[in-house]
Design a protein around this ligand. Structure first.
Ligand code: SF4
Ligand code: SF4
Length: 505
């Protein structure tokens, strides 16, 4: 057992209101410089939709992440030989059209236009060419609230497994269904970006797992952009270097959560430490798709287990870090309650940002008259709004494609627990459920009253201190526990080799 600590995250999707405050907080701090105009280290997408950059989930197009080939885990992007062949030409990069042409407006004209019959307007000006733009054809949140969804949402790759009927059901006008998906770098445990970089410029910090990109070592090969299946590294055309989310490490080091977490209006974001077994990284990233979520949960260790604590201390993890892991809201959502799932575990990068999938789109689908379609259910005693998963408006197969490598059972288990929380609390407050319904829901959700109250508390009423348990990072005494990235290129479980150690003064 090789216990390490990782600053990890949970986003609770039921709470996201799609306000984009997180994106703006990040933009104002980190990407308001020349060359970063099109970059959104934090972006918020509407699902179903094609996202930003367009179709980022389509790895046939972009070749991001890992695949299993002949029992070995390989980067999808290229082999060692292929890397040499492609070094001067990487064919799998998104183009600016896959992102969007960033623009501003000619605000001056609003003040300086000569007097006339019409209101003056502020024309869009390209931030690339500086010239006026006749029309704006794409943006970082182009399918926001499903604007233009007939054109865009239909191309979402997670819809591939759905029947024609199920697809149409999603796009029916007036009964259209969607949810928001905020995304940042997942600070993965098996990061494709690190393994793909020929210059060894990207590395994971030993003491907290934050993935950083050295501006000194970057040589602009841009393999990280292709290697990251989430498209969360970006190329700065002005500096000639790639850039990415740094999880606001200067804020973390001073005890504050990242700016997007701090500013989140819906309070959907949670941050805390997970202890994990680094010996399991390669094995965990190599299991069949349906087993990926279970393997990742197994890799995360119980911070109260005396054996784990002993192994953590032997690895130089501080008492304060262990206490932080014990208080971590992320541990509760991911491991204890098992209701937060990694986004696209099938990319095999072992993302350390987890999502509680949204309830709202899985509530009962409606019939042609807009009535909830609950006919034929055996649980007819339940109010129609919380009905069976089989009749969910957003098919469970779609959620499974995003959050469980296609394993429908894993997603159903999460939803049964979330539904149990709703029914239990509704019975308490609104009193329109019979006790038998409540008991049935708890049994189906494999949960109990105490757990439901705890989930409800951390979901609905958490304090700032409960949402963000920022560990004392002690950067000044940390010694890198990850090997020089250059020595371990294209390897899975990249670089976790050295023992964690503290600098002695
Ligand atoms: S999401 Fe993972 S692979 Fe992509 S940049 Fe972040 S750490 Fe690297
Ligand atoms: S600030 Fe929070 S609620 Fe608003 S879009 Fe971002 S994640 Fe969602």
């Amino acid at each position: 057992m090789d216990i390490r600590a990782h600053v990890s995250m949970v986003f609770h999707l039921d709470k996201c209101i799609g306000c984009h405050t997180c994106s703006i907080a990040c933009k104002n701090i980190w990407t308001d410089r020349k060359g970063t105009e099109y970059m959104w280290w934090n972006n918020v997408e509407t699902k179903p939709g094609t996202g930003y950059p367009t179709l980022w989930e389509d790895q046939d197009k972009y070749k991001g992440g890992w695949e299993k080939k002949n029992e070995e885990l390989k980067l999808k992007l290229h082999s060692k030989l292929g890397a040499l062949g492609n070094i001067f030409y990487n064919p799998y990069l998104p183009t600016i059209d896959d992102y969007y042409e960033p623009w501003t407006y000619d605000y001056e004209n609003l003040f300086n236009a000569p007097e006339g019959d019409d209101q003056p307007t502020a024309r869009a000006i390209s931030m690339i060419s500086g010239k006026p733009m006749d029309s704006i054809e794409a943006g970082p949140n182009w399918d926001d609230d499903l604007g233009g969804s007939p054109l865009y949402a239909r191309n979402d790759v997670n819809l591939d497994e759905l029947t024609d009927d199920e697809r149409e059901q999603l796009n029916e006008l007036e009964r259209v269904v969607f949810f928001y998906l905020p995304r940042i770098c997942n600070h993965c445990l098996n990061p494709g970006c690190v393994a793909a970089c020929p210059a060894g410029a990207i590395y994971k910090r030993g003491e907290d797992g934050i993935v950083l990109l050295s501006q000194e070592k970057c040589r602009a090969w841009r393999m990280c952009i292709s290697g990251c299946p989430y498209k969360k590294t970006y190329y700065n055309w002005a500096s000639g270097k790639s850039e990415k989310c740094i999880l606001c490490y200067p804020r973390l080091e001073s005890g504050q959560p990242p700016a997007c977490f701090h500013s989140c209006v819906g309070r959907i974001r949670y941050l805390g430490v997970l202890l994990y077994d680094a010996d399991q990284i390669q094995k965990c990233a190599s299991v069949p798709n349906e087993e990926l979520v279970a393997a990742q949960r197994n890799m995360i260790q119980d911070p109260f287990d005396p054996e784990v604590i002993k192994a953590a201390k032997a690895n130089g993890i501080s008492d304060a870090m262990i206490t932080s892991a014990q208080n971590s809201p992320v541990y509760k959502f991911v491991k204890k309650w098992q209701i937060a799932l990694p986004l696209h575990p099938d990319f095999r990068t072992l993302p350390m940002l987890y999502y509680v999938p949204p309830m709202l789109p899985v509530l009962a689908k409606t019939d042609k008259d807009g009535k909830y379609d609950v006919a034929g259910l055996d649980n007819e005693g339940l109010p129609a709004m919380i009905s069976s998963l089989e009749k969910a408006r957003m098919p469970i197969k779609y959620m499974a494609s995003m959050f469980s490598g296609g394993n429908v059972k894993v997603v159903e288990e999460v939803y049964r627990k979330l539904i149990a929380v709703r029914i239990f609390k509704r019975a308490q407050k609104v009193k329109d459920y019979k006790q038998a319904d409540v008991d049935a829901a708890l049994a189906q959700g494999n949960t109990n009253a105490d757990e439901v109250e705890a989930i409800f508390r951390l979901t609905s009423l958490p304090t700032y201190e409960e949402r963000f348990v920022v560990p004392p990072l002690g950067r000044e005494v940390a010694v890198e526990s990850w090997e020089v990235p250059l020595d371990r290129k294209r390897e899975a479980g990249f670089g976790v080799r050295n023992k964690i150690a503290k600098r002695k003064f």
